[in-house]
Design a protein around this ligand. Structure first.
Ligand code: ADP
Ligand code: ZN
Ligand code: ZN
Length: 797
């Protein structure tokens, strides 16, 4: 009997240790990376085998913990799931790294790799109406056939040979050489009867498993593949990526590849950077593909993918949100047809399982998906491309708070795959690595053909007020909107706030109405005639009198998409489509709205940030940006970066066809540097200034951040624990002399209460984050229930 170390797949935070079980000989084929069912307390649960050992090793380990331990009392694995290990060695490596880096348990990291997080279901068994037991059922299968594989015992029996059981020996011989489990039909084709297979299974020589039949869930409407003549810049980018693909044979991590230039080259001074691409000197394994909006990054992705496929490698394309990237999926399908599989959140568990299966077996070789697709199994991963790599949707907000780009980077490193990060406005972390020479820097500075970046007009909304225009829409934008639809062209209007009015306030006492469960203002929604909390989703009737002072003078302030919709739809000749979280939840999905807009069923598309991203509609010649300031005024270190990116992307929707585009950007702060730089699409200057500031304040990429959030129903308890932890960290910092480290807080989180839970933060900034994390992981705080670690958080507030 072998012994195995098993990580228990329960979503329990404090289950950091793994457990040893005996593995019966009949399950001898299982080992590292397999999924199993094990007894755990009174129940049966799923577990992942993390390693295996022989009797002596197991005994030594167990007796170290418990000297009197008798190995014969060892609990045994109940069943083996599947017919092969779920985790390849490389997936295991990634899971281990992820657990360490993001400070979670190994099981929490491993379950990310399982579609639906668990592969078993507990089915109640009743007898005479009484629940008597639970039966374990494997979830990740639906349509399957019974199939057989040879076991270790079977191999031994075959080696020994037997003259009497000739048919059985023949069958074993066939099973030994089969590349995958053999089902009855396949067996019969080789003159093996079902009865013989049955006997083999009874003797423990063959394992009865099930083989899946794949559902064909993705409807393919392959469009004609269109081959464009690449621009010079595109051709250079493609050549560099191809050279790296040729240089890194998959399966071999490129340890010998060192970062020759070092990260010190970039001084952080404003605007200073290397001008030429640095990929001529070395062959980087990672690239930043920085291309302005509409510069044709997709075309580069397609060529790179084509090259990888020709080399027999698989390709992963990560996109921020599948609904907004239908166009990328279509282009890939036009090129690669059946090779393309798509993974998005609307797939059922089983469909997702099928997609995973196709990648594992090589039945499909291009996977396009949202952040969780980074956990798919691959037969031979050779190229990963992350589109719009700066998007915050790549970061998971719950535990484990991983970032798909970082997981992708690790997977690429350990499997010798090439990583391409694409963006018009890269994250400062990626940009810094590119300009400091850590990774290859590919740039697309021009749009192909006759298409140019749009001209931008900045409108000062204070001036509008002075001229007694109290509308959300400036006079300039109003004129442009009417002229655009008059010329039979289309417009996109961005307003990054949902609802009708953004807050509701009492005129007499100034009290803002807030959600009683969350510490945020309520937003008035005209269609419901109610106030809604955007954190917990609850709605509340509008009070007749102020709950604070009793005044009847209640007023709505600010404006959201609903109000803008009302105003724009009253302009002559205009039909508006609204796209925000409210409209997509109740009426049509994003895709449907975009489709209707491209079919010109409406001439103005109005919405929150969703309208700013991804799509390419040739007749859009005008983009209006209302309240450009609103995204920039968040008290967070990444607010400028997010604001700049959003403004640039929104402006980039205009003039993508052969008609020139215009942008009208409304602001109360026209001198704001970020707004003027975004209007010029001057990323370099923006990044230079921003990096200099971050350097001074030890924000990424110069320091790493860890946000610790203490959550509790009782405010006092939350503060006590947070105070204690902050003190602990400060004392350890003093004692261990970590390289430049700052511990800030505790202070209430940006939203101090959500769904009745108080949230208190401690933020650590450090150039020695490894040590800070190690110190916390070695402390009792690692397993305290209501402490949440967020490594590299999106927001520090
Ligand atoms: P990005 O993702 O960089 O914003 P896209 O990949 O969506 O840009 O490309 C913008 C538009 O330019 C698309 O309509 C695309 O078909 C077109 N395009 C891309 N490359 C070329 C090329 N080499 N020649 C002509 N048109 C191109
Ligand atoms: Zn009042
Ligand atoms: Zn709420």
């Amino acid at each position: 009997m072998k012994y195995v170390l098993v990580a228990i797949n329960l979503p329990v935070k404090n289950l950091f240790r793994q457990f040893i079980y005996g593995l019966p000989d009949s399950m001898g084929q299982a080992g590292e990376g397999w999924r199993v069912v094990v007894p755990f307390g009174p129940q049966k649960v799923e577990g992942f085998i993390v390693r295996d050992f022989d009797r002596e090793e197991a005994l030594a380990l167990l007796q170290k913990e418990n000297p009197g331990f008798s190995i014969d009392k060892m609990k045994e694995v109940t069943a083996v799931l599947g017919t092969r290990p779920w985790f390849s060695e490389k997936m295991m490596g990634t899971a281990k790294w992820l657990a360490g880096y993001y400070m979670c348990s190994l099981a929490e990291a491993m379950r990310l790799f399982i579609p639906g997080k668990t592969s078993i279901r507990r089915k109640p068994v009743y007898q005479e109406g009484r629940l008597i037991a639970y039966e374990i059922e494997e979830r990740l299968k639906a349509r399957t056939v019974v199939a057989y594989t040879i076991t270790e015992m079977g191999k031994a029996a075959l080696a020994e040979g037997s003259r009497r059981a000739k048919a059985q020996m023949q069958a074993l011989e066939v099973l030994l050489h089969a590349t995958e489990p053999l089902d009855r039909k396949e067996a019969e084709a080789q003159h093996i009867s079902g009865a013989v297979l049955q006997t083999l299974a009874e003797k423990g020589w063959a394992l009865r498993t099930e083989k899946r039949l794949l559902r064909n869930s993705y409807d393919r409407q392959a469009e004609r593949k269109e081959t464009l003549q690449l621009t010079e810049e595109q051709a250079q980018a493609v050549a560099a990526i191809k050279a790296s693909l040729d240089y890194f044979p998959t399966g071999k991590p490129a340890e010998e590849e060192k970062d020759e230039s070092g990260a010190a080259a970039f001084s952080g001074d404003a605007g200073k950077q290397k001008t030429e691409t640095n990929c001529e000197k070395t062959r980087p394994q990672e690239f930043l593909l920085q291309g302005i909006t509409g510069s044709g990054k997709t075309e580069v992705y397609l060529r790179a993918a084509d090259h990888a496929l020709r080399q027999g490698k698989q390709v992963l394309v990560l996109v921020p949100e599948i609904a907004l990237t239908a166009q990328i999926v279509q282009r890939f399908q036009a090129w690669f047809g059946q090779e393309v599989a798509v993974a998005h959140s609307k797939l059922s568990q089983n469909e997702r399982g099928d997609v995973w299966y196709k990648m594992r077996t090589g039945e499909a070789n291009v996977l396009i998906g949202v952040r969780s697709a980074v956990f798919a199994p691959f037969k031979n991963l050779g190229l990963v491309m992350v589109d719009e790599e700066q998007e915050t949707s790549y970061k998971q907000e719950e535990r484990p708070a991983y970032h798909a780009r970082e997981v992708a980077r690790y997977r690429c490193k350990n499997s010798g795959a090439v990583l391409v990060l694409g963006s018009a406005t890269p994250s400062l972390e990626s940009y810094f690595r590119a300009v400091s020479g850590g990774i290859g820097h590919l740039q697309l500075k021009r749009r192909p053909g006759s298409s140019f970046l749009p001209a931008v007009d900045v409108v000062d909304m204070r001036e509008e007020l002075a001229q007694k225009n109290y509308s959300v829409i400036s006079r300039k934008l109003r004129r442009e909107l009417i002229a655009t639809v008059h010329a039979d062209q289309q417009a996109i209007v961005l307003l990054n706030r949902r609802g009708y009015s953004t807050f509701v306030m009492c005129r007499d006492c100034g009290e803002t109405l807030t959600c009683p469960h969350c510490a945020v203002s309520l937003v008035f929604h005209a269609d419901e005639q109610a106030m809604r909390c955007h954190y917990c989703g609850n709605t509340y009737p509008i009070p007749e009198t102020c709950p604070h002072c009793g005044s009847r003078r209640i007023k709505f302030f600010g404006s959201g998409t609903q109000k803008a919709e009302q105003e724009i739809s009253q302009m002559p000749g205009i039909q508006v489509l609204r796209m925000d979280q409210d409209s997509t939840a109740t009426k049509m999905a994003h895709e449907e709205i975009i489709r209707r807009f491209s079919r010109k069923e409406a001439n103005v598309l109005l919405g929150t940030q969703m309208v700013a991203k991804g799509h390419d509609i040739p007749d859009v010649t005008l983009v209006g940006i209302l309240a450009a300031d609103s995204t920039l005024n968040m008290p967070d270190f990444r607010a400028s970066e997010r604001g700049f990116s959003l403004l640039t992307q929104a402006a980039g929707r205009a003039g993508r066809g052969d008609k020139p585009g215009r942008v009208v950007l409304q602001t109360y702060d026209p001198e704001n540097e970020i707004i003027t730089l975004a209007a010029k699409q001057d990323y370099e200057t923006f990044a230079g200034h921003e990096l200099a500031m971050r350097k001074e304040l030890l924000y990424p990429p110069y320091g790493e951040i860890l946000k610790v959030t203490v959550v509790d129903k009782e405010e006092k308890k939350a503060w006590e624990l947070a105070d204690e932890m902050a003190q602990f960290l400060r004392s350890r910092y003093g004692a261990e002399h970590w390289e430049r480290t700052e511990i800030m807080g505790p202070f209430p989180s940006g939203v101090a209460k959500v769904r009745d839970l108080y949230r208190i933060n401690i933020v650590g900034k450090s150039r020695a984050m490894e040590q800070v994390k190690a110190c916390l992981l070695a402390s009792r705080y690692r397993t305290v229930k209501n402490v949440f670690f967020d490594v590299d958080p999106i927001m520090a507030i």
